[in-house]
Design a protein around this ligand. Structure first.
Ligand code: IPD
Ligand code: CA
Ligand code: CA
Length: 271
């Protein structure tokens, strides 16, 4: 039995992610432009990132006025209820800007600092991934009902399909490319989808064997990390640690451990 509060938080996250996804899918201007940049000239924000975050925080704070927020586009409130929402209103902004389909709305609810519910809506796939702590992970889509998510049985690492991503800061991405060049001969192949949240859900769905990235923020991985874990994947950061800005790793048991070990040997978390 899962906690009724966690179920309530999940339902609210589902509603907010669905509505923000519809706004982003149906409201994307044909002449969508960059509104501003953040960590570097290629780290872009569009008016739609900002509008989607506002829709999500307005909806949630209307229903649960005492909750806290951490949102990529600036939502920040401590709250008094012990619940905090960690929100990436548009993960995969560069894909969205170019009209590529791999982007998502990612919403996680934390209770006393622990993620208890997570939703990643990927409108152009017509799929939404969700999990509640201790209650498993499942997807909804064009099919009837729910599909339980389970990560893939692990192949040997040299047959594993592994995804990664690159940071917006030039020095960091240069180092990431050097690490990826050392990883690629040791695995089946590398993918770069462009949405960390979808990468984590693809591990949960069995569409990837593993995923790693340096430089993520909590809003990138909070929901996807729970979904991957509830689908049976292992997730973490450097050995013995949880995911962090230094490193986030996810994979089927049997892929996760050797991948994390390689990344430690290659110093994937620093220049
Ligand atoms: C980015 C995506 C991308 C990852 C970057 C993230 P954004 O998020 O998740 O896949 O490689 O590190 O910053 O900027 O599109 O929300
Ligand atoms: Ca993101
Ligand atoms: Ca974003």
């Amino acid at each position: 039995m899962t906690d009724p509060l966690h179920r309530e938080l999940l339902r609210l996250a589902q509603e907010a992610a669905r509505r923000a996804g519809e706004l982003l899918r149906d409201g994307r201007p044909a002449d969508l432009a960059v509104a501003r940049t953040k960590s570097s000239p290629i780290d872009v924000v569009t008016e739609m990132d900002i509008a989607a975050e506002k829709l999500i925080t307005d909806l949630i704070s209307g229903r649960r006025p005492d909750d806290g927020f951490l949102g990529e586009e600036g939502a920040s409130a401590a709250g008094t209820s012990g619940v905090r929402w960690v929100i990436d209103p548009l993960d995969g902004t560069v894909n969205y800007l170019y009209g590529l389909p791999t982007w998502a709305v990612s919403i996680a609810a934390e209770q006393d600092g622990e993620t208890v519910a997570g939703v990643v809506a990927a409108p152009m796939r017509g799929e939404t991934y969700q999990a509640v702590r201790g209650g498993g992970a499942w997807a909804t889509g064009a099919w009837e009902g729910e599909r339980t998510l389970a990560c893939r049985p692990a192949p040997p690492l040299d047959q594993a399909l592994v995804s990664t991503g690159f940071n917006y800061v030039t020095d960091v991405r240069t180092h990431q490319a050097e690490v990826a060049a050392r990883v690629v001969p040791l695995v089946r192949d590398i993918r770069r989808g462009g949405s960390a949240a979808i990468d984590l859900c693809d591990v949960a769905c069995g569409r990837l064997d593993g995923y790693y990235e340096r430089g993520l923020n909590p809003w990138d991985y909070a929901a996807g990390d729970l979904i991957a874990r509830e689908a049976g994947a292992l997730t973490g950061g450097r050995p013995g640690e949880g995911p962090s800005r230094e490193l986030a790793v996810a994979g089927s048991p049997g892929v996760f451990e050797p991948l994390q070990g390689l990344l430690e040997d290659f110093g994937a978390w620093h220049d």
